[in-house]
Write a protein that binds this ligand. Structure first.
Ligand SMILES: [Cu+2]
Length: 204
């Protein structure tokens, strides 16, 4: 299992490299099978093993037109070499597949016997670099609306018609001590904040 661990480490390192390079890397085109192209007798598992594909890249399948097909299939159909339910298929001889989504993509040749003889390709596509998240707009009201009535602490004996009075302490205690006054101011502030919220909710 030592080699498996090393593989995992190598894969993790590769992912880090991809993540750090994705910001500047441009879309790449990969010729499947390199000089062998898309044909029987080529090990595409080995070919794909060191490819660092990402969204935006393209796979280019080159083959004699009509001699093979390039069919994108599901994982299950890849495993069973079934081309009866292809996601896309082409037999032009020069098939370019743009990799538009991250994750696994599976391709097989639909000609009888070719897939089961190894003409199948599975690739793992990494997500393109995510754009930096835009800063969230702050919903906090920084300014007091013009319609805000005077605070209860400064309204003297006049009883405000606002919810702020609910939280305001009795006016007699406001002059009792500095601490009580501070508390009253804080409570009044809470009341005003509630009123502002109520105004913004359209209750007034
Ligand atoms: Cu084929």
């Amino acid at each position: 299992m030592g080699s498996g661990g090393a593989w995992l480490l190598a894969s993790s390192a590769a992912l880090l490299v991809i993540a750090s390079c994705a910001l500047t890397a441009s879309a790449a085109k990969y010729t499947v099978g390199d000089t062998s192209g898309w044909t029987t007798g080529t090990d595409y598992t080995t070919w794909a093993s060191d490819k660092k594909l990402k969204v935006g890249d393209s796979l280019v399948f080159t083959y004699a037109g009509g001699a093979h097909t390039v069919a994108e299939v599901s994982a299950a159909d890849y495993a069973s070499c079934s081309s009866s339910n292809t996601l896309s298929s082409d037999a032009s001889g020069a098939t370019t597949v743009a990799l538009k989504t991250a994750g696994k993509h599976y391709f097989i040749c639909g000609v009888a016997g070719h897939c089961s003889n190894g003409m199948k390709l599975a690739v793992d596509v990494a997500a393109a670099a995510a754009a930096a998240p835009a800063p969230k707009a702050s919903p906090t009201p920084d300014t007091t609306p013009d319609t805000t009535p005077t605070t209860p602490s400064s309204s003297g004996g006049v009883t405000p018609k606002t919810p702020a009075t609910v939280l305001a302490p009795p006016t007699a205690k406001q002059s009792a001590s500095g601490t009580t006054g501070l508390r009253a101011t804080a409570l009044a502030g809470l009341g005003v904040a509630g009123l502002v919220a109520a105004v913004q909710l359209g209750l007034f």
